[in-house]
Each structure stands twice: as structure tokens, then as C-alpha cells.
Ligand binder design. Structure first.
Ligand SMILES: *[C@@H]1O[C@H](CO)[C@@H](O)[C@H](O)[C@H]1NC(C)=O
Length: 411
């Protein structure tokens, strides 16, 4: 009994030694800083505030870095402390030697170039359709910080807003945009510099298709073609395009993919997708391009190889297996003469001729124009009026016995 009383007494005595002459004022000092980073060759002003602070003096504490020893800053007892030394600062106010305040929050002051490095990392830069992405605000000694998140609907939109109600180190988002964060030193309103922004794209469900500019069923080596990427419902936005294609290292970034003089090696699947600010479409279905190695030949057929007297026959030109052709027509008098272009770039594959000769044709399409091989020659003959005429020379109307005349038969 007497033994434990002695113990209690001992404890009591110890307490009086610690607090005996000191009155805890029950108020907390508040430390503010005009900035968190010491500019090169400059300083930071710290202010220690206590309510009803008349006649107060101050003690300043500094920890050179996290988890190092905290010591009082020698010779500083004013409400303001101007310092050029980095470290973690706190303060306390006191009246005389007896009445002290609680110690303030601590504030971390960085040297220039050693500012609190803060970054945002994302577990993916693309939000899958209907999914989400986790952002993490990374800062050294993260336990000392709370966080503020910012989002911007697009770069340089000047519409940066604070993400309401989010102060954790991780932020789960399901909307695309530009995100950044700042650390808030715990127990203060002091914020770190802002992190670099991260751009998170959101997958949109717009339908996207690849089509060939001309709906030609067959493409031949040497033709120039254009593929188009179309985003349905994507009007009114500026899109950037991405292509996957065989046989290229540098696909275009526009909606049109032009290939000059295609070859068989361009055969394969073409896909595209679009992005606009933070929106990203899925990949289109593949458009399969097949390039034929052969050059097609035009075929000329004549309705008849004989032109009736005073009449005409129709010739028709065709290219098998594909569409979009226009036709050029040539004629020559004989095998040994040179062919002349009669008509060029005719949309109609049928023409009517009334002159005999050797005819051939070819097809052409695209820009620049791609030509088929010439068709074989087709010979068409004219029928001359078959009735011969008899003429008399001189053309006297009456002839008398003994006169000499010539009777001529003309075809
Ligand atoms: C990223 O985070 C989100 C939300 O927490 C999660 O649903 C998703 O599966 C994560 N993605 C990856 C690639 O880890």
C-alpha cells in the first residue's frame, strides 16, 4: 500500500517538474509562408500567428529534412522568420517563460531546383468503353500530403476545375480529359507545385468504317486509290486519324489514305481509328484490299462487221471484272496506217460508226488515269450503194446517126 502511494507521488512530482511553472494556453499557433520554394538567392518569410498575441514571443523549429532532428532556430524570437534554408518548419508562441501555445502545423520549404516533385501516373492512358482508369498522384514522402485534383476538358481550354470531393492519392475516373494534381501539406493550406498534366482518352462508341473512294471491286497494279476513314456522328469535331496498313511505315494522320501506283504488296487489311482531344474511337473493321498483278485488257465487239449502205453499226467496249471505266476509241484505215483517237473519255461504252476501218478501244479510270491494254482490232466494212449507173458522154439529149458517143458504167 505505502509502496504504491510512493510511486504515485513520484509520478506526480515528475509531472510538476515538466508542467509545474508552464501554463499551456490551449491554443495552437498557425504557421504560414509567403511561398514554399526559396527563389535562387532569395528567401521565404514565415509567419507564426497566435490569437490575442500581444506580448508574445516565438520559438522557431527546423528539421533540415524529413525524419531528421528538430532543433530550435537560434536567435529567432519574432513573429516573422526570414530564411534561406530549406527544411521543415514549425513554431510556437510563448508569453514570458510560463505560457506556451501548442506547436503549429509544419511547413516544408524547398530550395529552388529541389521543389517537391509531383507527378501523375495512370494505370492506362485509355478508358475502355464503360470502364475506368486509376490515376495516382506521386510525391516523395506521400504520407505528409493530402491531394487536390484538377481536370480540364481539353488542352488549353482554360476550363481547369478542381475535382470535387477528391483528396486521396488515387483518383478513379471514367471521363476522358486532362488531369493534374497538387499535394497539400497535411494540416496546412499549402500546396505543392502542380504536376505535369496527363491526357486520358475515353473510348467512344461512334461507328467507324474504311471505304474505298470508288467502289471498284478489283484494283490493278499501278492504279492510284484513296481509302477513306469515316466516323459516324463525328461531325463538328476535329479528328486525328490513325491507320494500320500493310507495307508502310508512315501511314497518314488524315481521314484519307491515298496510295499512288499500288502494287500487289499493298494487298491486305486496312483499319483506322480517330481521336479528338481526349476522345478515342475503337478500331474500324478491316477493309481488305486486293491488288491484281495483271493489267486488264479491253474487249471490243461489233454489232456487225458490215455497215449497211447509208447506215451504221454499234461498237461496244468492255473491261471485265470491275467498274468505273471510261472509254477511248481509235480508228485507222488499214493495218499499215496510224491509229487516230476518235473519241476520248466516253462514259458510254457503246458508239455508233458509219465509216469502215480498223477499230480498237481501251478503258481508263482514276486520277491520274490508269489505262487498260488496248483491245484487239475489229474490222468493219462499208457497203457501197450497189446500183451501178450508166452515163452517156457527151451528155447530149438527142443523138443522130453517125455521131460518136461513149456509154459508161459507173459504180
Ligand atoms: C485501371 O484501374 C481501373 C479502376 O480502378 C480498373 O478498373 C482497371 O482494370 C485498371 N486497368 C489496368 C490496365 O490495370
Amino acid at each position: 500500500m505505502g509502496h504504491s502511494l510512493l510511486c504515485l507521488l513520484g509520478l506526480f512530482l515528475l509531472s510538476t517538474v515538466r508542467h509545474g511553472n508552464t501554463e499551456d494556453l490551449g491554443v495552437k499557433a498557425t504557421l504560414t509562408a509567403d511561398r514554399l520554394t526559396i527563389p535562387a538567392g532569395g528567401s521565404v518569410t514565415l509567419t507564426c500567428d497566435v490569437k490575442n498575441s500581444a506580448d508574445f514571443q516565438y520559438v522557431w523549429f527546423r528539421e533540415p529534412h524529413f525524419n531528421s532532428e528538430k532543433t530550435a532556430v537560434a536567435g529567432e524570437s519574432k513573429r516573422e522568420l526570414v530564411t534561406s534554408d530549406a527544411g521543415i518548419y514549425s513554431c510556437r508562441g510563448h508569453k514570458g517563460t510560463n505560457s506556451v501555445t501548442e506547436e503549429s502545423n509544419s511547413v516544408t520549404i524547398q530550395e529552388t531546383g529541389h521543389g517537391v516533385k509531383i507527378t501523375v501516373t495512370a494505370n492506362s492512358t485509355t478508358i475502355p468503353a464503360g470502364g475506368s482508369v486509376t490515376l495516382t498522384c506521386d510525391v516523395k514522402n506521400s504520407a505528409d500530403f493530402g491531394y487536390v485534383w484538377f481536370s480540364e476538358p481539353s488542352l488549353n481550354s482554360n476550363q481547369k476545375t478542381t475535382v470535387a470531393g477528391e483528396s486521396k492519392r488515387e483518383l478513379v475516373i471514367s471521363k476522358g480529359g486532362i488531369y493534374s494534381c497538387r499535394g497539400r501539406i497535411k494540416g496546412t493550406n499549402l500546396l505543392t507545385e502542380e504536376s505535369d498534366p496527363v491526357i486520358i482518352q475515353e473510348t467512344v462508341s461512334n461507328r467507324i468504317t474504311v471505304t474505298l473512294q470508288h467502289s471498284w471491286s478489283q484494283i490493278f497494279t499501278g492504279e492510284t486509290i484513296t481509302l477513306r476513314c469515316e466516323i459516324q456522328g463525328g461531325e463538328g469535331k476535329v479528328w486525328k486519324y490513325e491507320w494500320t496498313a500493310p507495307n508502310t511505315n508512315s501511314p497518314p494522320t488524315s481521314s484519307e489514305y491515298r496510295i499512288s501506283r499500288v502494287s500487289v504488296s499493298h494487298s491486305g487489311d486496312y483499319r483506322c481509328r480517330g481521336s479528338s482531344d481526349y476522345l478515342l474511337t475503337g478500331w474500324s473493321d478491316a477493309f481488305t484490299l486486293t491488288v491484281s498483278s495483271s493489267k486488264p485488257r479491253a474487249t471490243l465487239t461489233a454489232q456487225s462487221s458490215v455497215i449497211p449502205a447509208g447506215g451504221s453499226v454499234t461498237l461496244s467496249c468492255s473491261v471485265e471484272g470491275s467498274a468505273g471505266w471510261k472509254f477511248d476509241w481509235f480508228r485507222r484505215d488499214s493495218v499499215s496506217s496510224k491509229a487516230q483517237l476518235m473519241r476520248g473519255n466516253e462514259a458510254n461504252r457503246v458508239i455508233s460508226v458509219s465509216q469502215g476501218g480498223l477499230y480498237h478501244c481501251r478503258g481508263g479510270r482514276g486520277d491520274p488515269v490508269y489505262y487498260t491494254e488496248d483491245s484487239s482490232d475489229v474490222t468493219v466494212v462499208e457497203t457501197f450503194p450497189s446500183k451501178p449507173t450508166v452515163t452517156l458522154q457527151p451528155s447530149w439529149t438527142q443523138i443522130y446517126s453517125g455521131e460518136t458517143v461513149t456509154v459508161r458504167c459507173e459504180i
